[in-house]
Ligand binder design. Structure first.
Ligand code: GLP
Length: 241
């Protein structure tokens, strides 16, 4: 793992945006794995600026998001599809047909997960996977478990994740209890993984990811086995390393 320590959230966001921009400059047809959550928002804003200044071109780029809440329509303003449209896709010259998010509106979990796995396999998996990290070490919605996940799966969100994500909903009761998430295998197939973290509340998860045992109890720890993982984190998030 390569670790880039930044002074603050803004610097972390610029570094992450630059790594993604470099990927697109080197490969205009780049396949990007994208993440939601509050951490990547600054990087997405910087990418929008770069695109509007014609420094990078998304016209041939395709994207594959990590996860989606089960039971939310894409038009629901709490869905990750809605988040991605508003935080990034609506503001750049990407062809929306080339942007993919698991289908949370499909109640048939098996079919929704199979369809996403087929899509990823047909694409040959992503060139660069952007990740955030949950306070319990989750990546995507791969929660701590007894074994690492493989393909796309339907997960029961842990009480701590529901609690953490409830800040974005009117109340905790409104947070969906399940989600479809890309499995660990597809994340590990990415040629490059960029995982970003900011703030003291991520310090324990980041330390476990970088220096703890490789265990499904901390799903992000498997990235220690990935040949090209870059951790971009601010000094608060790296405080326990
Ligand atoms: C959610 C997402 C993750 C994200 C995590 C952390 O659970 N499924 O992909 O990394 O939250 O979010 P935040 O960046 O808001 O702390």
């Amino acid at each position: 793992m390569r670790v880039i320590k930044t002074a603050n959230y803004e610097e972390m966001s610029t570094h992450v945006a630059n790594l993604i921009a470099a990927e697109i400059l080197l490969n205009p047809r780049a396949k990007l794995g994208l993440a939601t959550g509050s951490t990547p928002i600054g990087a997405y804003q910087t990418l929008i600026e770069y695109n509007q200044k014609h420094l990078i071109n998304f016209s041939q780029v395709s994207t594959y998001n990590l996860d989606e809440y089960r039971g939310l329509e894409p038009t629901n303003d709490q869905s990750y599809r809605y988040f991605m449209n508003h935080q990034l896709f609506d503001h750049i010259n990407i062809d929306k047909a080339n942007t993919h998010v698991p289908d949370g509106s499909n109640p048939d979990a098996q079919a929704a997960c199979k369809a996403y796995d087929e899509l990823l396999e047909q694409a040959g998996y992503v060139d660069l996977q952007l990740l955030g990290i949950g306070r319990n070490g989750h990546i995507g919605f791969n929660e701590p478990a007894e074994s690492f996940s493989k393909g796309t799966l339907c997960v029961d969100l842990t009480p701590s994740t529901i609690e953490a994500n409830s800040r974005l909903f009117a109340s905790k009761d409104e947070v969906p209890k399940q989600a479809y998430t890309m499995g660990t295998q597809a994340i590990m197939y990415a040629k490059t993984v960029v995982i970003c973290a900011s703030g003291a509340d991520k310090a324990d998860a980041v330390a476990s990811m970088i220096a703890g045992p490789i265990t499904p109890e901390c799903p992000a720890s498997i990235l220690q086995l990935h040949p090209n993982t870059i951790v971009v984190a601010d000094k608060e998030a790296l405080a326990n390393c």
